[in-house]
Design a protein around this ligand. Structure first.
Ligand SMILES: Cc1cc2nc3c(=O)[nH]c(=O)nc-3n(C[C@H](O)[C@H](O)[C@H](O)COP(=O)(O)O)c2cc1C
Length: 201
């Protein structure tokens, strides 16, 4: 029996977080589009966007009780079968907003599946140049490894100068195709993991 034969009646849960603040964030729009492709493939999705993540306090383990958004982020990732992280390239790495959100995953440290353990994690980066797109992708993947996640083989890097959003809000066909491939890899991983846990070969 293949992984396709394993029943996930409600569909895998794919949680996306990241983007920038404001309605015109390219990274946020890329994240939403990727999750829409995942829904087409039968997934359930949940997103915490830049505006929500922007309300998070700087993580500092200062003993303050977690804010509602910090709790929502930790609970969403706890329930997630797979995760998508979207960031703009800032000075060659991920943005502080996204790194701070990742730091808040410290709330999963004592879980049976700590941090990003057992989850495929896709990465989307938009940057104004290819160099930062590549280095930011690597920076997020390094953090995913540190958090015990499984970076997907395929990452989506978009050059916001050469591949801008179309006037109707859609993306260049190659960008959209890349988001579709990423969504496919996440849903596929969730099926494989469900099959492995069910002891199906
Ligand atoms: C503080 C800051 C730093 C940035 N650093 C870089 C950079 O090092 N390299 C680059 O190519 N683009 C850089 N950019 C451009 C953004 O990565 C790019 O415009 C991105 O598409 C913005 O995504 P957003 O619309 O989701 O905010 C920077 C932008 C800001 C605001």
């Amino acid at each position: 029996m293949t992984s396709e034969g394993v029943s996930m009646p409600d569909g895998p849960l794919i949680v996306g977080f990241g983007g920038s603040t404001g309605p015109m964030s390219m990274t946020s729009l890329l994240l939403e589009r990727c999750l829409a492709h995942a829904v087409t493939r039968g997934a359930r999705t949940l997103v915490l966007g830049g505006d929500e993540l922007g309300t998070l306090p700087i993580y500092g383990a200062d003993g303050e009780p977690p804010t509602p958004v910090a709790t929502a982020l930790v609970e969403a990732v706890r329930e997630a079968d797979c995760v998508v992280i979207a960031t703009p390239g800032y000075h060659g790495g991920m943005s502080g907003l996204v790194k701070n959100a990742l730091d808040h995953l410290e709330g999963l440290r004592d879980d049976p599946r700590p941090y990003l353990d057992g989850r495929a994690v896709g990465v989307i980066v938009s940057a104004a140049g290819w160099q930062a797109a590549g280095t930011a992708l690597v920076s997020v993947r390094s953090a995913i490894h540190a958090l015990r996640g499984w970076p997907t083989p395929f990452g989506v890097t978009v050059n916001s100068v050469e591949q801008p959003i179309n006037d109707d809000g859609s993306f260049d066909q190659r960008v959209d195709g890349a988001l579709e491939i990423l969504a496919g890899q996440l849903v596929e991983f969730a099926g494989w993991r469900a099959a492995a846990r069910a002891g199906v070969r």
